[in-house]
Design a protein around this ligand. Structure first.
Ligand code: PAF
Length: 303
């Protein structure tokens, strides 16, 4: 399968490298010249639990050099999804599936504005990765990847994508109703990302103090009330799940934490900001998410 990964940050580079290692023809498309040059020169270095692999993979900054692809995987920051959608429209054949595994909400919608919606596959992944510098990432943790057609009518080739992912060691499940899975992941990001980004702590340290546990619980409970008002089915106990993920990824800095550390724009608008906007629509109060959003927005405005 000829695959283009749009956005080769930590997660895009990880997925691209695992697929390339499994024999797929992968190109990483990224705006950072130093990263592209390093990957082309030496391959992508993937560190995992003290081991180090060097994976040969092609990278480019030039979308025109990629050629027609069978699958596009979008991994750019949610603030860049609309632009990525225009790139995808040029790259992929008119019926080739387009997969988003980005954090936050609104990405599939942004892709659907530029592309035939039945091509879109959305999903979530529990893999964790950290960008170590040009040409190098750390694979910080493995977990399930769940994907499904964004529109009910679309089959969008999700089964073929899952098969290719499984062969690359990315355990993947296909579901018919992907929206509730995405909300479940959103709860996790709502409960971890902004709090760790604002305080400088690692994911696991969120559990150390009653103050941060409470903040996380309150943010997630607000998000659950919004989901309920929107008719989204909630499974299990999302707050408990947030605490479990914080524990399991304890030594990691969240993706928003990494963004703030590197003075990059964050995905706050697609996470807590999304909850605030949805809360307004369904007239549910969301003061904790509003405060977390305002603080992260202030922080990034003053980099
Ligand atoms: O955004 C992230 O960092 C991750 O989605 C998660 C699950 C919060 C772990 O760090």
């Amino acid at each position: 399968m000829k695959i283009a990964v749009i956005g080769a940050g930590a997660m895009g580079s990880l997925f691209g490298a695992l697929l390339a290692e499994a024999g797929q023809e992968v190109t990483l498309l990224d705006i950072r010249q130093d990263h592209v040059d390093a990957v082309n020169a030496e391959g992508l270095v993937v560190e995992k639990e003290g081991t180090r692999r060097q994976i040969r993979i092609r990278a480019t900054q030039d979308a025109n050099s990629v050629g027609p692809t069978d699958l596009c995987i979008v991994f750019v920051k949610s603030t860049q999804t609309a632009e990525a959608a225009r790139t995808v429209a040029r790259l992929a054949g008119p019926s080739a599936p387009v997969l988003t595994l980005q954090n936050g909400m609104g990405n599939a919608e942004a892709l659907a504005e530029a592309l035939d919606p039945i091509r879109i596959i959305a999903g979530t992944t529990s893999h964790g990765a950290t960008f170590l510098g040009p040409g190098a990432i750390r694979h910080a943790g493995s977990g399930d990847t769940v994907i499904g057609p964004w529109y009910e009518e679309g089959t969008a080739g999700a089964e073929a994508v899952a098969e290719a992912f499984d062969k690359a060691g990315i355990a993947t499940r296909v579901v018919a109703e992907v929206r509730s899975v995405m909300w479940a992941k959103l709860f996790i990001n709502v409960g971890i990302n902004a709090i760790t980004a604002l305080t400088g702590i690692k994911n696991g340290q969120l559990l150390d103090l009653e103050q941060t546990r409470r903040l996380s619980r309150d943010a997630v409970e607000e998000a659950m009330a919004v989901a309920e008002a929107r008719g989204i089915a909630i499974e299990g106990d999302p707050v408990e799940k947030v605490f479990q993920v914080a524990q399991a990824t304890g030594t990691n800095r969240s993706s928003m934490g990494q963004d703030v550390d590197s003075r990059r724009m964050t995905e706050i608008g697609a996470i807590n900001g999304f909850i605030v906007r949805e809360a307004q629509k369904v007239r549910v109060p969301a003061p904790v998410n509003q405060t977390l959003s305002a603080l992260v927005e202030t922080l990034q405005a003053h980099y």
